[in-house]
Design a protein around this ligand. Sequence first.
Ligand code: 3PY
Ligand code: MG
Length: 265
Amino acid sequence: MNQVRQALLDRKLTLGTWIQINHPVIAEITGNCGFDWIAADCEHTDIDVAGFADIARGLYGRGPEPFVRVRENDALAIRQVLDAGARGIIVPLVGTAEEAERAVAAARFPPEGIRGFSFCRGNNYGLDFDSYARQANQDIAVVVMIESKEAVDHIDEIVHVEGIDGVFIGPYDLSGSHGIPGKTCDSIVREGCRKVLRACTKARKSAGLHVVLPTPENIQQALNDGFTFLAVGADIVFLQQASHKAYQEVIQYSRRDTATERSSG
Ligand code: 3PY
Ligand code: MG
């Protein structure tokens, strides 16, 4: 059984992160850190199905379950990453219950859904066809993203859609839908988050959040708020922060003045 899906159903805490760089080395490195799940982002990057398959190979045997934030809420986009071995999908920009139902149907084999059968990486190229066909509907996690005013308005219907294991707030798009992109701590965004949390508690569904720029304070805040499906950072954020810090340290030790250096260089 997919432990992350089980944790979603039990509303237990799991920790994940995000891959945006289309290279398996990123999966090999982040896969060693202890995360429960790692999502390859096919919505905002050049990661395609082949790129995800390589990322899944990089994660293989390292522990984290391979998740995908799919390109869009589209049956083929969902089917192809599941066939490539995704164990959970995170579907962006879901605004209504009907859209959430479409995402679930795409991820489930008949009779629950419309996913097609095939020989693919997910079932070990057919070797495990029978067991995969039997298990996949129980094993694959389906999480929908709440990232708009519309989605927050419809949250009570969305969380009641059968087959939705949890919802996941995208704070950047949510702030953008209020006309304040990037103001993720604004009271209107915070109020949206609280409404989502209340709806999840009532419906006994997991609530998730992407803490894109993690700090000890905002991670603590997310945990105190009651989010249990938590993504922290992303490969590009870690690289940016670590390279910035390394440069700041080396510049301090070398006592070199960056401005002078640049103008003389
Ligand atoms: C958002 O903040 O909109 C996201 O999609 C984060 O993953
Ligand atoms: Mg988003």
